[in-house]
Design a protein. Structure first.
Length: 121
C-alpha cells in the first residue's frame, strides 16, 4: 500500500500542492493511481485543495501525529509554533502498521509531503 502525507498552510495553492506531489511521486517511482490514501491533519480532511486530488483522505489528530516516530527533524517554524510533524507521520499512519517512509518530507511552497509504503505480508 502506497500513501502520501500532506502538511500545508492556509497560504498553499492547489498548484503548490500538485508541484511537490509530482516530485515526490517521481522520486518514489509511483504513479498517482498507485496511491491508496492521503494522510493529513483532521482539520484538512475537508480542505478543497486536498479534496480536488480525488484520493481517499484520512485525517489524524494532533496526538496521533505526535505519537509517531519520524525520521526527519521538525522545521524551525514547526518548533516555534509547537506544531507536530505532519507529512511523515500522516503518511505512516495512513499506510498502517509495519509501514516505512520511502520519501522523507519534501518541502515546497507552503506544502510538505512525504511518502510511505506498507509491504504485503
Amino acid at each position: 500500500m502506497f500513501t502520501v502525507g500532506v502538511g500545508m498552510s492556509s497560504s498553499a495553492r492547489l498548484a503548490d500542492l500538485r508541484e511537490i506531489l509530482g516530485r515526490v511521486l517521481v522520486e518514489a517511482g509511483w504513479t498517482w493511481n498507485e496511491v491508496a490514501a492521503v494522510g493529513t491533519t483532521r482539520r484538512l480532511v475537508d480542505d478543497q485543495r486536498l479534496v480536488q486530488l480525488g484520493a481517499r483522505l484520512v485525517g489524524f489528530d494532533r496526538s496521533e501525529l505526535e505519537a509517531v516516530a519520524v525520521p526527519s527533524r521538525p522545521s524551525s517554524a514547526a518548533r516555534r509554533l509547537l506544531a507536530p510533524p505532519v507529512a511523515e507521520a500522516a503518511a505512516l499512519l495512513a499506510a498502517g502498521t509495519g509501514s516505512r517512509i520511502v520519501v522523507p518530507k519534501r518541502v515546497g511552497r507552503h506544502v510538505t509531503i512525504a511518502a510511505a509504503v506498507r509491504e504485503p505480508r
